[in-house]
Design a protein around this ligand. Structure first.
Ligand code: CU
Length: 213
């Protein structure tokens, strides 16, 4: 994410009172449901079903939608070695959104207690060759330790540095990210940490299950 988000008129904290309560309730419900789904997903019957039928694996062109404040889908299964293009769409008409994939949310201690900070400390994309294409309404792109190729003028991508791999899209924006799923099996998370991680706290997150080839 980009600290400058907070200075944009549409993203300013002055707009918080308009959405805070409703979004808090919706976000909390989403987190509660996600919690129940997570519990349910760990039950033996689900494990058995996955053992028999497997999980649906995302391949080829997939679409990920950023909404206020959640991702669709909020669960994905990728298989190591598959070539994929993830087309990320910001469906919001008013909000900037990013997408990080990683593990271990960073935290910072303040006088108010421990707060969710600005992202993951382990970046899924580190060392991964990635091709970016089809950029539209990009606010900024941090590729961090990924190995990037850009189709079209680099200026279109609004490259910045600092923090984890993260495309931040303006309302209505999109970008294509093409890659071979790296050999990093396990459970990962994705999330949006815009507005001092308020989006993450409201439930703008998902789970990525990377399975072995
Ligand atoms: Cu967001």
């Amino acid at each position: 994410m980009d600290e400058r988000e907070d200075q944009k008129p549409n993203e300013s904290l002055t707009s918080l009172p308009n959405w805070s309560r409703r979004q808090f309730l919706v976000g909390s419900a989403g987190i509660a449901v996600a919690g129940m789904v997570a519990l349910w997903a760990r039950t033996p019957i689900v494990s058995a079903a996955r053992g028999v039928f497997g999980s649906p694996v995302d391949t080829g062109l997939i679409h990920v939608y950023q909404e206020d404040y959640y991702f669709v889908p909020n669960y994905m299964t990728w298989q190591v070695g598959n070539k994929m293009t993830m087309r990320l769409h910001n469906m919001s008409t008013t909000r900037w959104h990013e997408m990080q994939i990683g593990r271990h949310v960073s935290h910072e201690k303040t006088v108010f207690g421990t707060l969710t900070a600005d992202g993951f400390t382990e970046d899924f994309w580190a060392g991964v060759p990635v091709t970016f294409s089809n950029p539209y309404k990009i606010d900024n792109l941090v590729y961090n330790k990924a190995i990037p190729t850009f189709i079209g003028p680099k200026s279109e991508y609004k490259l910045t540095t600092g923090g984890a791999f993260s495309p931040t899209l303006k309302p209505g924006g999109h970008i294509d990210i093409t890659f071979v799923v790296p050999d990093k099996p396990g459970i990962w998370q994705y999330g949006c940490f815009v507005q001092n991680a308020a989006h993450w706290r409201f439930g703008m997150r998902g789970t990525l299950n990377v399975i072995k080839a």
